[in-house]
Design a protein. Structure first.
Length: 102
């Protein structure tokens, strides 16, 4: 069975719905899904050959979703700062751009 991007997105959407049914949003179903996906990838990489994804990228997703604040973990990995810090930086850059300051 070949995995497709659409298949992975749809399955992730389904496990997200399961996580969001609780009063406080949890991430356990998403983490478990990503772990299973990575395990499949490691065992049968040929099923993922039509996708541009690596085992390390899947591990990064698992690590991000396993963090207490997944969005902050993602932003720290990509930008080296939390989501709030990145938004603050963007707002400052926009302010400077709008006002013509250097």
């Amino acid at each position: 069975m070949m995995y497709t991007k659409e298949m992975i997105f749809n399955e992730f959407k389904e496990v997200t719905k399961k996580d969001q049914k609780k009063k406080k949003e949890i991430f356990t179903n998403r983490i478990e899904y990503l772990k299973c996906l990575k395990e499949d990838f490691d065992k049968n990489p040929k099923y993922f050959s039509n996708l541009k994804i690596t085992s390390q990228q899947l591990q990064n997703l698992i690590d991000d979703w396993s963090a207490p604040k997944p969005i902050d973990a993602f932003y720290k990995r990509i930008f080296g700062m939390t989501f709030a810090e990145k938004k603050q930086q963007e707002e400052l850059e926009y302010f400077i751009y709008e006002n013509g300051e250097k």
